[in-house]
Design a protein around this ligand. Sequence first.
Ligand SMILES: *[C@@H]1O[C@H](CO)[C@@H](O)[C@H](O)[C@H]1NC(C)=O
Ligand SMILES: *[C@@H]1O[C@H](CO)[C@@H](O)[C@H](O)[C@H]1NC(C)=O
Length: 206
Amino acid sequence: MTIHQLFLDICFCPLFSENITTMKIPAAAGFVTLMLFSLVHAEICPLSCTCKPLGEMKGWLVDCSSKGLKEVPDLPVSTRKLYLQNNSMTTVRTGAFDNLHNLEEMNVSDNPWNCDCDILYLKLWLEDFSESSIANIICATPASNERKPLSQLTGNELDNCWKSLPIKCLNFFWRDLALITFAVIVLILTSCGVSYTFTCIQVCVA
Ligand SMILES: *[C@@H]1O[C@H](CO)[C@@H](O)[C@H](O)[C@H]1NC(C)=O
Ligand SMILES: *[C@@H]1O[C@H](CO)[C@@H](O)[C@H](O)[C@H]1NC(C)=O
């Protein structure tokens, strides 16, 4: 068996065989479906909330108030008005509001906020968003911060803040390292795939 034949057998040369093209179509279809799914998913109204389109101005009014929610649900990215008041939320996970670029109004009052270090994201986010949104936010726990307004708490008063920060940084470090490693592997595999395909085509042409 010559080297050329060997390559032909291994490569399923795209120029002479349909193997590769028929394999590509389901993969592409899957990819498109996935893209569509994530686009649609980003606009789905959370189960326990009611969503109303806001007329000509694009975006949604998302009303999740008085639903006994313990955490912020996944919100449509084009949320413009967000009502989360009168629930049972104690904290907001970091980044929960970061993709809501169209947000104009929000209400998170009347929740039993636990004002320890984890509340820092909400505090900074609200301060950045508007004065009125943080005005009536009152802490419920821990005992040292009970009934204190969130806007008036300093880093020192937020329990455990400085103790837990280094651990969080370490978490970010490992996560970033994992992401970077993954990206490098994908890059290597992709470039291997590309040069592999080129070899196939060259061999086929020859
Ligand atoms: C707050 O929510 C509870 C149910 O979780 C409801 O019974 C109550 O009427 C609500 N209060 C206000 C002021 O909307
Ligand atoms: C948020 O909702 C509460 C009712 O739960 C209301 O009293 C308050 O005025 C609202 N705050 C803002 C900033 O709209």
